[in-house]
Ligand binder design. Structure first.
Ligand code: FE2
Length: 287
């Protein structure tokens, strides 16, 4: 890769700048990009003028399958690219779909229009978060898993799994998943209880990473697996550590970002500009 590469803030992440002979992102070498992603976990491609269509075709080179999101407007015919600007509030750190057994390996973002002020995507390295948490907190999350309880329609699970099957097919998938208990109600509404560790092994390196959705309330408050509430002081400690390790992506039009969802949590700073346009797609990786 002839491109100029710099560190992204104080993180292991990297910024890859376009150069004269590689202004088209599709000219970047796939193997080199894979190696860089494995070692750094967050890549920001700047100056390539990436559109959401190009994000999808570029992501295809690295992906075994895409995962449809829901609750967000889809902007492509395959329904795999989403417009992410629901609301303008601050978004707490989370692992994308960390409440769900259908957690993507990577989240891709691209920026068509940045907010005039604020609206940065934030990220923090779950490996470093785990290193910095106190021994007492680590012991709590080693001894007890997290529990997420929520209800989804079968159609949403069809999108996640990519299976356009019957309810029996969905049952088979759910039965095969670790940590999942479920109840199918009328109208194909499925109540799901998902138990997973707050500490996961990174896809590359197999290191312990504190990567989960404990700080977001989108799918109800996460409890510990014995139904006890995570103590406020523990949440406070996590917020303090993640704030300290927070890195920001100050968006420019045409930026593309890929984030390793097995290692990094991400969020967003608030903004007040309804012209902001950020798109995302979720996928599992082929390397
Ligand atoms: Fe997210």
């Amino acid at each position: 890769m002839n491109s100029k590469i710099e560190s992204l803030g104080m993180s292991t992440g990297k910024v890859i700048y376009s150069c004269d002979d590689c202004e088209n992102i599709h000219r970047l070498k796939v193997a080199t990009t894979m190696d860089l992603f494995k070692s750094s976990g967050v890549l920001l491609f700047r100056g390539f003028g990436v559109t959401h269509e190009q994000m999808k075709t570029f992501a295809e080179r690295f992906s075994s399958r895409f995962i449809q999101d829901y609750g967000r407007p889809q902007v492509d015919s395959d329904k795999f690219v989403h417009f992410v600007d629901a609301g303008m509030d601050n978004s707490s750190f989370h692992r994308e779909h960390g409440y769900s057994p259908f957690c993507p390996d990577v989240i891709w973002f691209c920026c068509a229009v940045p907010a005039a002020q604020g609206g940065e995507t934030t990220f923090c390295d779950g490996v470093r978060v785990w290193e910095e948490l106190s021994e007492e907190t680590k012991q709590l999350f080693i001894s007890k898993k997290l529990k997420f309880c929520y209800e989804v329609q079968a159609d949403i699970l069809r999108r996640f799994t990519g299976l356009d099957g019957t309810i029996t097919d969905i049952k088979q998938v759910l039965d095969s998943l670790e940590g999942v208990n479920y109840q199918i109600k009328e109208n194909e509404s499925i109540s799901i209880e998902y138990i997973c560790s707050a500490v996961v092994k990174t896809k590359y390196g197999h290191d312990d990473a504190f990567a989960n959705s404990i700080l977001t309330l989108d799918y109800g408050e996460a409890t510990l697996e014995d139904d006890s509430i995570v103590p406020d002081e523990i949440i406070g400690e996590i917020e303090k550590v993640t704030d300290k390790l927070m890195e920001k992506i100050p968006w420019q039009a045409g930026d593309l970002v890929m984030i390793d969802n097995s290692r990094f949590m991400h969020g967003r700073k608030e903004f007040n500009d309804n012209r902001r346009q950020i798109f995302s797609t979720l996928s599992n990786l082929n390397f």
